[in-house]
Design a protein around this ligand. Structure first.
Ligand code: AMP
Ligand code: ZN
Length: 502
């Protein structure tokens, strides 16, 4: 029996609005697609939360024995400023401002994204396609939608006809938005507008002469709309109907609603069986976002170099902090919460180091009650994760397991209360849930003795160069140490002390 049969997954499907048993289209296999970053900026901590959620989900599918194909794209064209059909391309704009080629922008921020993913131990997807690598497919599906009467061309741009689509399908099926209300609300179309209705959205946009990113098409030079890339890349690699599509809650409408309309219109099939939307990371209750000016870069969080931060936190502390809440709840950032997470993570991480050193001597006189309790904890880890990937509840169980590990480490004789078999099962489960399912690695804490010794060597060296009246080098040692947060203090009689800035 496979683990996924023993612990079947239940997940909250945002399409149906209820928790459902997860039944993949092909038994034993999972195809999942997640909207990746628009690479025109450094990813902030909020973006990271979303990618962490889907890292956990793909990890857990694999953990239970599924074979997973995980596709997460790179948006390198078509995402316009303001997330609507007018305005400059986000990447094109950045390229113009920095006087770089758009592809230089794309390369820079894709690399930054990958670095951040590695720092947080977020595993790479199986396929990472980019929008610019799929222009031909985007033109083809646009042609198909025109042929089917679901899209129309105006002045070199092509728009999806939402009203027409809605005659035979349901636009709003995911977001619950009502098409009549959408048509009434917002800005009225004026004579310059090309769209028939304001809810129509661009599949292809004509490139103005100054627009840098452009490709030839049957409608003239242009570039694809934002939503069409995800339809093309998800169905190309996962099939016309696939298991799971994810993204942040803010993408549900219009992005995901439009994806459903395009794919259903073109292929005559519902594209996705299960939709998962992860909730936002907030600061004082407000969504963390670059444009609101309340975002942190992961690097700022690690160094503590940000006005809102009291100190720096390690990547695993931040990962733990995020896993303490369920992906469907908002998570509010605060120094207090991170300080608490630092303590909590240290406890789990210490137990992880300890349990690896523990061995069972064998020949135990097992205590049935103790064994029962331990087996129950093991079972609860799986039950909690299979219940809509509940990392918060799983961590609570791991804390109980960590207490047990600490007891054993302090009183080795208590290991004789359990059989070798149960002990090994317990040990493997703790390690596997920490490292594989939750991706929480051991972090080597700074060795204070080593640090102190090194600083004292540098202090000695600085005294020496001062005696030699090499003040330039003496200042350089002081300034370089200051730059990494170590402040040297010159006392009376040439004595020196230091302080580590927190
Ligand atoms: P973008 O690069 O803007 O397309 O965003 C990449 C991903 O980050 C999307 O799935 C967004 O939903 C997600 N995202 C943006 N802001 C936040 C936030 N404050 N908390 C969680 N996810 C976010
Ligand atoms: Zn997308």
């Amino acid at each position: 029996m496979k683990l996924y049969q023993k612990y079947p997954i239940q997940l909250s499907n945002s399409l149906s609005g209820v928790k459902e048993p997860f039944e993949p289209i092909t038994p034993g296999f999972v195809g999942m697609y997640v909207c990746g970053p628009t690479v025109y900026n450094n990813v902030h901590l909020g973006n990271t939360r979303t990618f962490l959620t889907f890292d956990i989900i793909s990890r857990y599918f694999r953990f239970l024995g599924y074979k997973v194909r995980y596709v997460r794209n790179i948006t390198d064209v078509g995402h316009l400023v303001g997330d609507v059909d007018e305005g400059e391309d986000k990447i094109g704009k950045k390229a113009r401002l920095e006087q770089l080629e758009p592809m230089e922008i794309v390369k820079r921020y894709t690399e930054d994204f990958h670095t951040v993913m590695r720092q947080f131990n977020i595993l790479p997807p199986s396929i990472e396609p980019s929008a610019t690598g799929h222009i031909v497919e985007q033109i083809n599906i646009t042609k198909k939608l025109i042929d089917l009467g679901l899209a129309y061309e105006v002045n070199g741009s092509v728009y999806f006809d939402v009203k027409k689509y809605n005659q035979s399908h349901h636009y709003g099926i995911l977001s619950g938005r009502n098409i009549e209300e959408l048509m009434e609300s917002g800005r009225e179309l004026d004579s310059q507008d090309e769209k028939r209705e304001k809810i129509d959205f661009a599949l292809w946009k004509k490139a103005s002469p100054e627009h840098i990113m452009r490709w030839p098409s049957p409608w003239g030079d242009g570039f694809p709309g934002w939503h069409i890339e995800c339809t093309v890349m998800s169905t190309k690699y996962l099939g016309e109907t696939f298991d799971l599509h994810g993204g942040g809650m803010d993408l549900k409408f219009p992005h995901h609603e439009c994806e459903i309309a395009q794919a259903t219109g073109a292929n005559g099939k519902t594209p996705v069986k299960y939709w998962i939307h992860s909730n936002m990371l907030t600061v004082n209750g407000q969504k963390m976002s670059k444009s609101l000016g309340n975002s942190f870069l992961p690097a700022e969080l690690f160094t503590g170099n940000h006005p809102m931060l009291q100190k720096g936190y390690s990547p695993m502390t931040v990962r733990f902090f995020m896993l303490q809440s369920h992906y469907s709840s908002t998570l509010d950032f605060s120094n207090e919460a991170l300080n608490a997470a630092e303590k909590g993570y240290k406890k789990l991480s210490n137990a992880l180091s300890l349990v690896k050193t523990l061995t069972h001597a064998g020949g135990a006189s097992a205590n049935a009650d103790t064994e029962k309790k331990l087996l129950q904890l093991i079972d609860e880890c799986y039950q909690n994760m299979s219940d809509d990937f509940n990392t918060a509840k799983t961590l609570a169980v791991l804390f109980e397991m960590a207490s047990q590990i600490n007891t054993w480490a302090g009183q080795k004789e208590m290991l004789s209360e359990v059989s070798t078999d149960v002990f090994e099962k317990f040990k493997i489960t703790y390690i596997a849930f920490m490292e594989e399912a939750l991706g929480l690695k051991e972090e080597k804490s700074v060795n204070n003795d080593l640090l102190e010794g090194t600083i004292n060597v540098l202090i000695g060296l600085r005294k020496r160069v001062r005696t030699d009246r090499n003040f330039a080098l003496s200042d350089k040692i002081r300034d370089d140490l200051k730059a990494i947060g170590i402040q040297l203090k010159d006392g009376k009689d040439g004595e020196m002390s230091y302080e580590i800035e927190s």
